[in-house]
Write a protein that binds this ligand. Sequence first.
Ligand SMILES: Nc1ncnc2c1ncn2[C@@H]1O[C@H](COP(=O)(O)OP(=O)(O)OP(=O)(O)O)[C@@H](O)[C@H]1O
Length: 241
Amino acid sequence: MNDAAVSTLEGTAAAGVTPVVRLRKLARSFTQGGVTIDVLRGIDLDVMPGQIVALLGPSGSGKSTMLQAIGLLEGGFEGSIEIAGAHATALGANARTILRRDHLGFVYQFHHLLPDFDAQENVILPQLVAGRSRADALSRAAELLQALGLGERLGHRPSQLSGGEQQRVAVARALANRPDLVLADEPTGNLDEATADRVLDEFLRLVRGQGSAAIVATHNQRLARRMDRVVRLQDGLLKQG
Ligand SMILES: Nc1ncnc2c1ncn2[C@@H]1O[C@H](COP(=O)(O)OP(=O)(O)OP(=O)(O)O)[C@@H](O)[C@H]1O
């Protein structure tokens, strides 16, 4: 591997390449009952296009808080967040929504699928919101669900699917718009080990195949080793490796 490739894997911006996410001095505190907890205390991170990053850290270390910040879902943060070169912290709510829609995909521990819609409909919704035609969205949804082994389940609602199948639908939904960056918060944390391994394999294969970057929060060191790079949250700061 040449020096440029090594520095990219370590998250240093190679000349001329814009990181999909750049954090500088990201900080977040919560005050509850008069007690303030500094959960994030100045996080710096660059994630390069196509890079898959495992975010490790014990329970309560702030992994979800960090993903929520990058996902532009909540305010209350200090520091700066750039998504694909755009300074998200300087934008209003509408512009942030557009940035999220155009660049980000989300997978959560609990799938958050819409219960009254079948698998294919759940996967077309974000595509319709992004302006794709219904025919194109249906075909993309079918292609993804087939790639995830759910070709026979397109018309099943979430309640008619197993936990692993539901999580595969959530993966398809997150990837449907080919986001630059997928944010995954314990995406397999709710599954048994064998199913978690299979769903993670499929997730990584599809993410790599379409060239998206990803940040995957997990407690699981074994799963983390299958990604390109590992960072650890500890005492509010991010450590490499
Ligand atoms: N809205 C909130 N109000 C007050 N405290 C909060 C809030 N959200 C998170 N926290 C606190 O911030 C800390 C970090 O929480 P966070 O959910 O980010 O951790 P985590 O690393 O994702 O944990 P887990 O692995 O258990 O999901 C916790 O101590 C939590 O109590």
